[in-house]
Design a protein around this ligand. Structure first.
Ligand code: HEC
Ligand code: HEC
Length: 327
């Protein structure tokens, strides 16, 4: 082989290699596009896919003659009981909600509410049995829920993507609720609130209600999921400043453990985990020190909660944000 032939051969190899690489890259790109098709568009078609698929709406609801579920409201036009399909029905329901609440509801607001907080309005003759569709096992995200709203609107109503994308004050609160639940890995903040009242509110204030042993949690969502989770599972790991655990031993050797809630020249006031407040004369105190390794907040609270309840409490905590932090 002459040197020229060899050179031509090498050039050909390089060109061929380049073509193969481009072909490979194109396959990768189109393959990538196929993967992305699992993500829905905020459109009636996207929502239809969710309604009859991941959202499992069809297991409870029929849409007119479509589907076989009969135990929950038909969302299409069906018999005397359902003269209007849900898109048109939502307009009527919105009027009812406006009258009940004194807040102006649009049809979009009603549909968003029916998904975000189903117990806000219970359809006559039915029970509060609608699934929390953004909690496990269904776990729709906010985008999927917006798509479903567009699909519901397309059933005899006006599809209004603009009001879905730029929500009113009513809808935006519900979007926050769904986003907070998703950020917490899915959960039902409604049930979370009940669990919070049962297990936490003796010690914590939330929007002006509850005990005052521990810190006010009205804006705890700002601190993020990881912080909140750790605070509950291992309270002593990071003590909220000002909430250190004091151990006071008096002259008779009696130990009082709790938060130092007040101190004057002559007395120290200790609030115990039970909420009981003990006032001790400084002259009676033999020893007073901070126990670095302890929190007044019990570390076994999750034992009183099921895994689901804990998840729901986290979703509820993630909802508690200051104004500026709302998404
Ligand atoms: C476990 C059963 C169940 C599932 C799953 C379910 N729903 Fe419902 N839904 C209900 C029940 C029961 C009601 C009536 C009680 C109420 O108003 O909350 C209802 C009410 C509604 C309403 C209000 C209807 C009206 O006449 O005003 C809408 C809208 C709705 N559901 C949409 C959906 C969508 C969309 C999905 C899926 C993402 C879904 N539901 C999943 C049970 C379910
Ligand atoms: C017996 C009283 C008590 C109970 C019950 C209690 N806590 Fe606490 N909690 C405290 C105290 C005291 C602190 C501050 C000390 C610390 O950081 O551990 C605290 C701290 C926290 C913090 C960190 C706050 C911050 O801003 O740093 C979170 C979050 C929290 N608690 C959530 C909960 C949740 C959720 C529950 C119910 C599942 C609960 N607590 C039940 C007393 C309690």
């Amino acid at each position: 082989m002459s040197k020229t032939v060899l050179k031509v051969f090498v050039v050909l190899l390089v060109v061929l290699g380049a073509y193969m690489w481009v072909g490979y890259a194109i396959t990768e790109m189109t393959g990538g596009e196929k993967k992305a098709s699992g993500i829905v568009e905020i459109s009636p078609e996207g929502g239809e896919q969710i309604f009859w698929g991941k959202g499992r709406c069809f297991t409870c609801h029929s849409m007119g003659g479509q589907g076989s579920a009969v135990r929950c409201p038909n969302l299409g036009q069906f018999g005397e009981k359902f003269p209007l399909p849900i898109g048109a029905r939502a307009v009527e329901r919105a009027k009812e909600r406006s009258e009940e609440t004194g807040i102006d509801y649009s049809a979009t607001d009603y549909l968003v509410e029916s998904l975000a907080k189903p117990d806000a309005y219970i359809v006559d003759t039915f029970k509060n049995e609608m699934a929390i569709v953004y909690a496990p096992p269904i776990s729709l995200n906010l985008k999927e829920i917006k798509a479903v709203v567009a699909y519901l609107q397309s059933q005899g109503g006006e599809v209004d993507i603009d009001t879905i994308e730029q929500p009113s004050e009513v809808a935006v609160q519900y979007y926050d609720r769904i986003a907070a639940a998703s950020a917490a890995g899915g959960g039902d903040p409604g049930n979370g609130e009940e669990m919070f009242v049962d297990t936490c509110s003796d010690c914590h204030q939330l929007n002006g209600e509850g005990g005052e042993v521990g810190p006010d949690l009205s804006t705890i969502g700002d601190k993020g999921l990881k912080f909140i989770t750790e605070s509950i599972l291992r309270p002593a790991k990071k003590i909220t400043p000002g909430y250190e655990t004091y151990v006071v031993v008096d002259a008779e050797g009696i130990k009082t453990i709790g938060l130092k809630s007040q101190e004057t020249g002559a007395e120290v006031e200790i609030t115990k985990a039970t909420g009981e407040v003990v006032t001790i004369n400084k002259s009676d105190i033999k020893e007073i020190e901070i126990d670095e390794g302890a929190s007044v907040m019990p570390d076994d609270l999750t034992e009183a909660l099921t895994v689901k309840d804990f998840q729901d409490v986290l979703a509820y905590m993630m909802m508690q944000k200051s104004e500026g932090e709302q998404q």
